[in-house]
Design a protein around this ligand. Sequence first.
Ligand SMILES: [Ca+2]
Ligand SMILES: [Ca+2]
Ligand SMILES: [Ca+2]
Ligand SMILES: [Ca+2]
Length: 225
Amino acid sequence: MDETTDDTGIQDGTDQTVTDEQRAERQEKQAEREAKEALHEEKMAEREVKTAEREAKQAEREEKAAYREEKMAEREAKQDERAEREAKRAEYEDREDREEIEGTTDDDVFVGTEEAEVFTGGEGADTFSFTYELPSETDEETSNDDTITDFSAEDGDTIVLDTAEGVSVSFSYGDSDGDGEDDYTLITLSYDTAQEGSTIDGGGIIDLGSIAILDNILTEADLGL
Ligand SMILES: [Ca+2]
Ligand SMILES: [Ca+2]
Ligand SMILES: [Ca+2]
Ligand SMILES: [Ca+2]
């Protein structure tokens, strides 16, 4: 007899001698095991629920953080906008202490000089004439920033720009009362020494002055440019 045969014999014998009591005990143990497994599964399920809850909370927190960041960016954008408006307003107020030239109730012709001037045409079809020569290398920094306070296309007022070749004219708009809506036109004259055909060496973009036309939003077409 080898051991395997022997063992099998014993097991067979044991199996045959399983009593009801032993069977009941086994079943009880099996039931216990199953109960433990069920408990374990329940705990696992609980943990999963908790994990899901945690993740949901985390997602909520992240969403809130993103929202806060968005709001912050919005606020910053608004602050920038306000700062820009204030800068424009300051630029506008800068013009208030200039030499004032007032017209008559007739048609007047105003000829701007290199000084900073404030023109008020009054009634009638007034002509505002500005000449911009090429800057010379010996020119000091210019402050030829002029203003027209009462331009009225309806009255027949006109603006005449006489610019030397190569002078560039650009239009922008400003908000004089800070209400968030542009209400005046700013024509800016400059000369880029780097442009083709430039007869001036160096200096980059030279500021030649500007004209603010209050209470008017004008385009190049309005000036026949
Ligand atoms: Ca002037
Ligand atoms: Ca007039
Ligand atoms: Ca007028
Ligand atoms: Ca405004």
